[in-house]
Design a protein around this ligand. Structure first.
Ligand SMILES: *[C@@H]1O[C@H](CO)[C@@H](O)[C@H](O)[C@H]1NC(C)=O
Ligand SMILES: *[C@@H]1O[C@H](CO)[C@@H](O)[C@H](O)[C@H]1NC(C)=O
Ligand SMILES: *[C@@H]1O[C@H](CO)[C@@H](O)[C@H](O)[C@H]1NC(C)=O
Ligand SMILES: *[C@@H]1O[C@H](CO)[C@@H](O)[C@H](O)[C@H]1NC(C)=O
Ligand SMILES: *[C@@H]1O[C@H](CO)[C@@H](O)[C@H](O)[C@H]1NC(C)=O
Ligand SMILES: *[C@@H]1O[C@H](CO)[C@@H](O)[C@H](O)[C@H]1NC(C)=O
Ligand SMILES: *[C@@H]1O[C@H](CO)[C@@H](O)[C@H](O)[C@H]1NC(C)=O
Ligand SMILES: *[C@@H]1O[C@H](CO)[C@@H](O)[C@H](O)[C@H]1NC(C)=O
Length: 262
């Protein structure tokens, strides 16, 4: 990485009036994004910054783990950078954002077939969309609300404990669309959405072992789906489906299909 971070907190330190928890805002040299090709590029950012004023983009030659401690705020997005060579993708094995709380744009993490896990346990807000594909573990336990949520892959572990609102479309698919279309997922997925209160549309497809939506109250119809709630489950045990709090559906209603016991 060639860009050198702007270290805004130098001024604060010099003045010496504010506590050390002051945000250290770093702006990429091009005003737009940090291009990272390896962990050491990330280490350079995390050594100095708590806020990235812009985006972070992996280059296609990124390999191995992507570990970004210390950063609490990325004002734009996180993605990987496309090149003219269509078949090139990074070979990232894990993405770990242990301190991130806020993301001002979108998470766009798809087509990385080597990816095993995506974890951002403190991330509360994604201003636009999270699109996470081709991974086995997703931990977004603090995420509260966003516009679009898409999680697709051979997923065996999913944490969405705090998710309260998906303003438009929510898709969870563990039937491996695109990542490995030949082999079905080996594990059943337990979908637990204890806090979900409202969503535009919900589409769930795969091999599920459980589904809980105890607080789902309003299916608002915003977004692009047809059915407000569509569930297709196959290959797993029979699951119970109930909507104890569902009161308002604006649109085409529910479609449930597969191994559902009640
Ligand atoms: C953030 O980056 C923009 C350029 O994209 C710049 O105009 C602005 O001053 C930066 N904000 C801070 C707080 O550094
Ligand atoms: C990745 O490619 C960029 C050029 O696109 C190069 O500058 C960088 O050194 C490469 N990184 C690795 C780890 O090979
Ligand atoms: C993230 O950082 C930007 C730029 O400093 C700031 O405007 C925004 O309020 C921050 N968001 C949070 C939730 O800290
Ligand atoms: C799916 O994930 C499980 C671990 O949860 C792994 O054992 C299995 O090999 C994966 N299958 C494919 C096709 O990647
Ligand atoms: C479910 O909704 C109720 C009432 O709005 C709220 O008190 C409770 O905390 C919610 N449960 C979760 C797990 O968020
Ligand atoms: C699914 O996960 C929830 C929350 O962790 C748990 O309460 C429930 O028992 C699990 N269901 C199954 C079938 O394992
Ligand atoms: C359900 O959501 C729609 C769309 O946001 C809204 O117009 C309506 O008031 C909501 N209903 C309730 C009872 O919250
Ligand atoms: C489904 O409901 C039945 C009857 O209430 C119950 O015996 C069974 O344990 C439930 N299964 C799950 C996975 O919750």
């Amino acid at each position: 990485m060639s860009s050198r971070a702007t270290w805004m907190s130098l001024f604060t330190v010099a003045v010496g009036l504010l506590p050390t928890a002051m945000a250290q805002i770093c702006t990429p040299e091009d005003g737009y994004r940090y291009l990272v090709g390896r962990q050491s590029d990330l280490d350079e950012i995390t050594a100095k910054c708590t806020t990235v004023n812009g985006s972070i983009a992996m280059t296609v030659n990124y390999t191995g783990s992507f570990h970004l401690p210390n950063i609490r705020n990325i004002t734009n997005g996180l993605r990987w950078s496309l090149t003219q060579l269509e078949n090139e993708t990074p070979e990232t094995t894990s993405i770990d954002l242990p301190d991130l709380e806020f993301l001002g744009g979108s998470l766009e993490i798809s087509d990385i077939s080597t990816l095993q896990s995506f974890t951002a346990p403190k991330l509360e807000t994604v201003e636009w969309a999270a699109n996470i594909q081709c991974t086995q573990e997703v931990d977004l336990r603090s995420l509260v609300d966003l516009e679009y949520l898409t999680i697709i892959g051979n997923i065996s572990s999913l944490r969405l404990d705090s998710l309260r609102q998906v303003r438009q479309d929510m898709t969870i698919c563990n039937k491996d669309g695109g990542c490995n279309p030949v082999q079905p997922p080996s594990n059943s997925l337990n979908i637990s959405l204890p806090a979900l209160h409202d969503a535009g549309h919900i589409f769930l497809k795969g091999r599920f072992s459980d589904l809980a939506t105890p607080n789902l109250t309003n299916l608002t119809g915003f977004g692009n789906g047809f059915y407000n709630f569509k569930l297709l489950t196959a290959g797993g045990p029979p699951i119970n489906v109930s909507f104890p709090e569902l009161k308002y559906i604006q649109g085409e209603g529910l479609w449930l299909e597969g191994n559902i016991s009640k």
